[in-house]
Design a protein around this ligand. Sequence first.
Ligand code: C2G
Length: 136
Amino acid sequence: MKRVITYGTFDLLHYGHINLLRRAKERGDYLIVALSTDEFNWSKKQKKTYFSYEQRKQLLEAIRYVDLVIPEKGWDQKRNDMHLYQVDTFVMGDDWTGKFDFLTEEGVKVEYLPRTKEISTTKIKADLGIKSTDHK
Ligand code: C2G
């Protein structure tokens, strides 16, 4: 049983996230998603999410590629997670290229996958923001 893990906020879930999760699952049999908690997003990632942790977790658990959702509470849990969840492969989008290469020291394969170019949570918020003022 090959176990894959990935990390993220996954706010306003969109097809770019789904593309990442699908390719991550293709690299094994069991996909764990470490989901950034509201506290971690706010304190360390300066992200105010639209959906709460519980709502984002519910959405992720409904995706066929996802087998387990765990909390990501900080930047420094990854090394331990690799052993705790017996991870074989760590996957992230290529906006993180190089940032997590140190995890190879924990015996896992590290892969960075091309992001889905034209979509992002930031873009969705900006587009909606522009459209909603148009109606006024
Ligand atoms: N992603 C993607 N294509 C997009 C948008 C996102 O492939 N158009 C990928 C990102 O590269 C990341 C994952 O989807 O691998 C989740 O994206 P975010 O929720 O933005 O995650 P991020 O805030 O980068 O958090 O410890 C790692 C962090 O928790 C990663």
